[in-house]
Every structure is written in C-alpha cells, then in structure tokens.
Design a protein around this ligand. Structure first.
Ligand code: GLA
Length: 398
C-alpha cells in the first residue's frame, strides 16, 4: 500500500502563519504597519449540498485554515489590494464599483465594497494585504473566506454598525451580484457564523441557526478531507443550470422553493413534473434536506458513526440525480468506503474539489493510503489529505 501523507490541521504551519504573512506583505507593499488583521476561514459542508438556494438546510463547519487581511484606512476613497498568492496589487476607485467592474480575484474585494455601499454603508478607502491558508479552487470556499475577512476589516476600519447576522448576506451579494457566481448562503454563513467544535445547522429560509456539538475525536473518529485536485469551475454554466432547474421545478409545482416538498410527498411531486431532468434534480434536493435532518438527529443522540450511511447516500444522490460529481470524486469516495470509512461524500459545489470521509481514527492512514493508491491506479494527480477540527468563524485577530 502506498504511503499517504495526511496533514493534521494546518498544511505546513499554524493558523498564525497567514496572519504573519499578511502583515509582512502589508509592510513590504505599503511601507508602514497595518491598523489590524482580520481573518475568516474556509469551510467544509458535512451534509446539505445544493440545498441552500432551495431555501433548505445545510450543516457546515469552519476549517482551521484562514484567509487573513492586514489593512489600514487610506486618505482618499481608493482601494489598493495586494495578494500574496497572486503576487500582485490591484488599485481601484469608486468608478469600478459596478458589478463586474474589477475582474479576477480582486473582484471579490471590490464586490464586498460594492455590496456594503448598496446596503447604505459608508466604506472608507483602504490598503489591504491578503495571505491565505485556504486552498484555492478546492471547493473549500476560499472566495467566501476572502469576502468575509475583507468585510470584517472594512466594517471595523469604517466603524460600521454591521451586526454579525447580516454579514453573510452582504458577502454573498458580493459574489452573486458583483462577481456573477449565483451562489446561495452556505459558504458565507459558514465562514462568519461557525464556532469551534460545532457544526452549524442552518435553515436557509428562516435563517434560524443552531450550533450542534461535533467532537469526532472524542468518538474515536476523524473527518478526513481529501482534496482531489480536480479543479472545480463553478462560475461556468453548470452551477447556474442546476439552480435554474430547481427554480423551474418549484414553479411547475406552484411553490416558492423546493424546500417546501416533504420527503413523504416526493412521489406525488415527481409525478407532476414534466421532465426527467427536473425530476432528478428535485429528488436530490428533497432527499438531501431529509438527510440533513436525519444527520442532526443522529448527532444529537451522540451517534456520530451513524451518520456515515447518510453521507454516502448524499454522495450517490449528487452523483446520480444532481450530476455534479467527477471521476476523481467518485473514486475517492469508493476507495475510502472500500477501505472501511463509515461514510464519504463530495463536499461543496462539485465538478471537482474535495471529498470528506468519516473514518475510525485508527483507520485513518489506511484509508488515506487506499485513496492515494486508487488515484495512482486511475492515473489521477495524487490527492492531498488533511484533517481539521471544526474551527471558529470570522474574527479580528488584533
Ligand atoms: C457552492 C455555493 C454554495 C452552495 C454549494 C453547494 O459552494 O457557493 O452556495 O450552493 O456550492 O451546496
């Protein structure tokens, strides 16, 4: 069996490392120290995929990997934003604050400023330096981490009265309306609202939320995150197409959103849908919402290993009914299950990105080895694997 390398927590460093790098970058680029540093994490979603924009349920947790922005106010109403990863600075003024006005990675930053201004906030000019330990393009919400860290920085620098509960929506509008990726509320809610040691049970219609304790370690379990390194491309049409199908299905059923279909009513609802694709998409959304509820019930009763079959059923539904998996995701899930995982599923939007597998801690390295070996056999790029305890949401570091 191939040796597989699993990184515990941070991939090559402590959570503080992105903070130090952001501060160093700020000093290099702006020739002075920042006023402070703000962080926001990436996320994994335990279960509840493609349910958020159907007004349904999600159950994410924050990673202990952070995006950090070191920032200071600027004299004029201009924004200069430097990225360690991109090795560049982008500078823009108010004229760029129209959807799509700043292209590329800096658009997420401009989008947050645009979104705040749309909501009536007076955003100060600022210099910003960004460093991140959240893998980019791996379906772990690096974009939400960027938006939410920048939002925190601008809120504090401008002394804006911005209740935490409103922040996810403002960050989500930056992505959906300024950048043009029609996402739901999952990623930004996770990045802002998650708490260490918990998964966040969020009703995306009422915005009611409950923190559910999730201590896998105490139960002798590990959530292994497998980055398949199949780059996901959500901004392309596939995500938007799924969303449109759901809206069309809800409309055909005379509902505001598919969330309103109970799993018991599913056969009747399917009979009323005019086409095969809409029936498949609807079946995924309705059964996935039911799986989130069942997962929460199992966690509340202390049966962590018991959620395994729900995770695996979620993956099958995303593969067969929602059609958002790729070979690497399916291979990782199959290899993890064959090696003894309690359950495994893709996490995030799909079309690439990560799988999470719930394994006995004693089996962790064996499962990781089996996945690496399966990728090798299939001729895929070797996966990267890591573990992370559920971390805290966005915060000011200093
Ligand atoms: C992406 C989107 C989220 C959510 C997931 C799928 O991560 O940004 O809003 O729809 O896909 O659950």
């Amino acid at each position: 069996m191939n040796a597989a390398n699993v990184n515990d927590h941070m991939n090559g460093g402590e959570p503080v490392s992105a903070a130090l790098r952001a501060e160093t970058l700020f000093r290099e680029r702006f020739g002075q120290g920042p006023d402070g540093a703000w962080a926001a994490p990436g996320r994994a979603n335990l279960i509840g995929e493609h349910t958020d924009y159907n007004d349904g349920f999600v159950l994410p947790f924050a990673l202990d990997r952070l995006t950090v922005v070191a920032a200071a106010t600027a004299a004029a109403r201009r924004w200069t934003v430097c990225s360690e990863a991109r090795q560049e600075c982008v500078d823009f003024d108010e004229s760029a604050l129209v959807p799509g006005g700043v292209p590329g990675w800096a658009g997420y930053v401009a989008g947050v400023i645009w979104s705040l201004r749309q909501a009536g906030y007076d955003v100060p000019g600022a210099s910003l330096a960004i460093a991140s330990d959240v893998p980019v393009g791996a379906g772990l919400s690096s974009s939400a981490a960027l938006e939410c860290s920048v939002l925190g920085a601008l809120a504090d620098l401008g002394g804006l009265d911005l209740p935490v509960g409103q922040r996810p929506v403002l960050a989500q509008r930056a992505e959906a309306e300024y950048v043009g990726m029609p996402c739901g509320l999952l990623d930004q809610s996770a990045s802002v609202l998650c708490q260490a040691g918990q998964v966040l049970f969020l009703d995306c219609r009422s915005f009611e939320m409950t923190q559910i304790p999730f201590d896998a370690t105490a139960a002798g379990l590990t959530v292994l995150i497998i980055d398949t390194r199949a780059e996901h491309g959500l901004v392309d049409g596939e995500y938007a197409a799924r969303r449109q199908s759901c809206e069309a299905a809800a409309k055909a059923l005379g509902l505001r959103a598919l969330r309103e279909v109970d799993v018991e009513e599913l056969p009747m609802a399917l009979d009323r849908l005019p086409d095969e694709v809409l029936r498949h998409r609807t079946r995924h959304v309705v059964t996935e919402n039911a799986r989130v509820i069942a997962t929460v019930k199992a966690l509340r009763s202390g049966d962590l290993a018991g959620i395994g079959p729900l995770l695996t059923a979620s993956h099958a539904s995303l593969r067969d009914d929602y059609e958002v998996t790729v070979d690497q995701l399916d291979t990782a899930v199959e290899a993890a299950l064959a090696a003894g995982a309690h359950g495994a599923r893709m996490t995030g939007g799909g079309f690439g990105g990560c799988v999470l597998a719930l394994v006995d801690t004693t089996d962790r390295d064996r499962v990781a080895g089996a996945v690496t070996e399966a990728f090798d056999r299939a001729g895929f790029t070797a996966p990267i694997m890591f573990t992370t305890p559920p971390g805290d949401g966005a915060r000011r570091l200093w």
